[in-house]
Design a protein around this ligand. Structure first.
Ligand code: ATP
Ligand code: MG
Length: 446
């Protein structure tokens, strides 16, 4: 993209009502615009990051064998009356009446709807196991929407639902979700720690939340410092191999890590004192096993191997896709702006043409831009006639991990400058070498 043709409405002033870095930088970098409390438009730059995150979520869900689909945002109230949650959900549910006086609602989650789909189409255990998911806008009329997209009222969420014949099968689905989530967050450059949590209004026995440690998080967390060292890395996972998948879950959940809801002082006291940590975390996902809580009242039964009809065992598993945009910024920024991890950056590299109108600068910038695109990279070329200082400030603010600076002085020696946003370190390279280095850096991220 050429910046002169893009829509990047950056703000010079720091918005007064934004209390945390991610909210401030998302507004200043022209990523979002608030339309009402907790409701945002995603401007082009923010939209790009949202889509990159969504894409990673899709890839990792499908790698784990889960099937994408799409359910509507508006749901009939009757489904929720069947499960008993229409009254239980309370004022967080946005209730709507249509012109025929039918009660509708803007979905805060989809357990009822997916159970309805399942019972309409699946009758035999032979169709199991089955895990369906979608990525769709949700609405929860939060009492205190704040921190920008971190606690919105309208937000984008991946929610997946497993259907299994037995509890044992459903727990394998739970474990599959845990491992696929670990990989998802790692690809986004995040450390998200699975912590034993409380099941709340969704109900159930087994549940973990995934938390990104950050001082601005809203959850109180207690953990063994050892959990922050664990990495999945690029090890091969066979999602059908129950023992392997469970082994990974055991590895990531055996050290103490809990939110305040399930915190246990006695168990925490067994952690060696120098490894005990108490801090704040941002919840970026949660997995649940809840058995037959919905299948029983809603009649989602299958015929088992012995011919008898039994309610299916279910779980639901969510990732806060739009919240992740904020969480990543909370985990990765400095005083000058955002620092995107390579996996989610809106553009892979910014090219700053220091002297637009200079023949050599224009030619080299354009050539770099073209070559990077041919290699499948997504560059942002600053071809505007702003002064250099302002161009650098914008690049730092929007946080692209790499910048190539093309200036007349360097070009006399046949070099451009490649700068890392994270370390601030620069090196002079021929344009060809800069391209090669970027291609290598992004291998595995394209
Ligand atoms: P919280 O405790 O933060 O209110 P929750 O536990 O109610 O969240 P879940 O039902 O577990 O949320 O939803 C799955 C994921 O959706 C959460 O882990 C979180 O990342 C995201 N999420 C939930 N509520 C919001 C919101 N109001 N704005 C943005 N993301 C949200
Ligand atoms: Mg939750």
């Amino acid at each position: 993209m050429r910046l002169s043709r893009y829509f990047l409405p950056v703000l010079k002033e720091t918005p007064a009502d934004a209390q945390i870095a991610s909210h401030r930088y998302m507004l200043r970098a022209g990523m979002i615009r608030q339309q009402a409390a907790g409701i945002y438009s995603w401007l082009p730059l923010g939209f790009k990051v949202l889509k990159r995150i969504e894409q990673i979520v899709h890839e990792e869900q499908q790698r784990a064998g889960h099937i994408p689909m799409l359910m509507p945002t508006i749901q009939p109230a009757d489904l929720w009356r069947e499960s008993g949650r229409y009254d239980a959900y309370g004022p967080e549910m946005l209730r709507i009446r249509d012109r025929h006086d039918r009660d509708m609602l803007f979905g805060p989650t989809n357990e009822e709807m997916i159970t309805d789909i399942f019972r309409a189409h699946v009758a035999s255990y032979k169709s199991l196991p089955l895990t369906l998911y979608h990525i769709q806008w949700k609405f929860r009329d939060e009492i205190r929407p704040r921190f920008g997209v971190m606690r919105g009222r309208e937000f984008y969420m991946k929610d997946g639902y497993n259907f299994d014949l037995t509890k044992e099968d459903a727990l394998h689905a739970y474990n599959r979700h845990m491992v696929s989530y670990l990989r998802t967050y790692e690809r986004m450059g995040l450390t998200a720690i699975p912590m034993r949590a409380d099941s709340g209004p969704i109900g159930g026995d087994d549940t973990h939340e995934f938390l990104v440690l950050a001082p601005t998080g809203e959850s109180d967390v207690f953990y063994d410092a050892g959990v922050t060292e664990l990495k999945l890395g690029d090890r091969e996972i066979d999602y059908d191999d129950r023992a392997q998948v469970k082994g990974v879950c055991d590895e990531f959940t055996s050290l103490y890590a809990r939110t305040d809801e399930t915190h246990d002082e006695a168990l925490y006291g067994e952690v060696p004192e120098d490894r005990r940590r108490h801090g704040k975390g941002i919840e970026v996902g949660q997995i649940f096993y809840f058995g037959t809580k919905y299948s029983e009242p809603m009649g989602a039964n299958v015929q088992g191997p012995d011919g008898a009809k039994v309610p299916v065992h279910m779980g639901s598993h969510g990732i806060g896709v739009s919240r992740l945009v904020g969480a990543i910024i909370e985990a990765s920024h400095d005083d000058n702006g955002i620092i995107w991890p390579e996996g989610v950056t809106p553009f892979h590299v910014g090219i700053v043409n220091m002297r637009v109108g200079d023949e050599a600068c224009d030619a080299t910038s354009t050539a770099l831009y073209g070559t990077l695109k041919t290699l499948g990279l997504d560059p942002l070329l600053d071809d505007t006639d702003e002064r250099a200082g302002a161009k650098f400030a914008t690049m730092d603010l929007i946080g692209l991990p790499w910048r190539i600076t093309v200036g007349p002085r360097g070009l006399k020696n046949g070099v451009v400058e490649l700068t890392s946003r994270r370390t601030g370190e620069s090196e002079e390279l021929s344009p060809e070498a800069a391209v090669q280095k970027l291609a290598a850096l992004y291998e595995g991220h394209l």
